[in-house]
Design a protein around this ligand. Structure first.
Ligand code: SF4
Ligand code: SF4
Length: 188
């Protein structure tokens, strides 16, 4: 049975639902049309990353002596879950060096464990991921490239020593203060 000028039953209800949905969608479009964009014209405009951003890895030099910080101890190699780091140690009289150091960045998990264990803050993460490529071979980083990256980009906040300090037990002075505070509490 037809009604309302030959329209099938429920026609006007469905039409009003459709008009309402289109109206709501247009409202969302209109609101966003006047909003400031959240995207940037990368790479001409670079986004400022937070201090703890964990980007690509690099090796560092000592800022005072200009020497390589890596002593070739291989701790980063042992801790790395996907085993993408390979280090060869060069023994020397005063200190040891990394004779070779390679990092397969294409298989890195960015877990930061290598940074956490490094005793000399030689391996760090950078505040950038700007190393995109279609050729995996370019992501096999040797010692020279890792040092060059460290010089070219801003370092992330985290270093092995800073991270270990955060996990260390409270300093004795704090423990003494805490004990004094406890002593002042009235006895029940
Ligand atoms: S961040 Fe993790 S996966 Fe990547 S090299 Fe370091 S330890 Fe290995
Ligand atoms: S980067 Fe650090 S942990 Fe890795 S071999 Fe060099 S000194 Fe040792």
């Amino acid at each position: 049975m037809r009604n309302g000028g030959g329209r099938p039953p429920g026609f006007w209800g469905e039409l009003s639902q459709l008009v309402g949905a289109v109206g709501r969608a247009m409202g969302v479009t209109l609101r966003n049309f006047f909003r400031a964009p959240v995207t940037l014209r990368y790479p001409d405009v670079q986004r400022a990353y937070p201090d703890r951003f964990r980007g690509i890895l690099a090796l560092t030099y000592d800022t005072e002596t200009g020497e390589e910080n890596c002593i070739g101890c291989r701790l980063c190699e042992y801790i790395c879950p996907p085993q993408v780091i390979k280090v060869e140690m060069l023994k020397s009289e005063k200190r040891n060096w990394a004779k070779t150091f390679t990092l397969e960045l294409y298989a890195c998990e960015f877990c930061e464990l290598c940074v956490q264990v490094c005793p000399t803050d030689a391996i760090i993460m950078l505040k950038t991921f700007d190393l995109a490529t279609a050729d995996r071979r370019e992501l096999l980083l040797d010692k020279d490239r890792l040092h060059a990256l460290g010089l070219a980009h801003e370092a992330s906040w985290a270093t092995g020593n800073r991270l270990r300090d955060m996990q260390a037990p409270p300093k004795p002075a704090r423990a003494v203060e805490g004990a004094k505070g406890e002593a002042k509490e009235p006895a029940e």
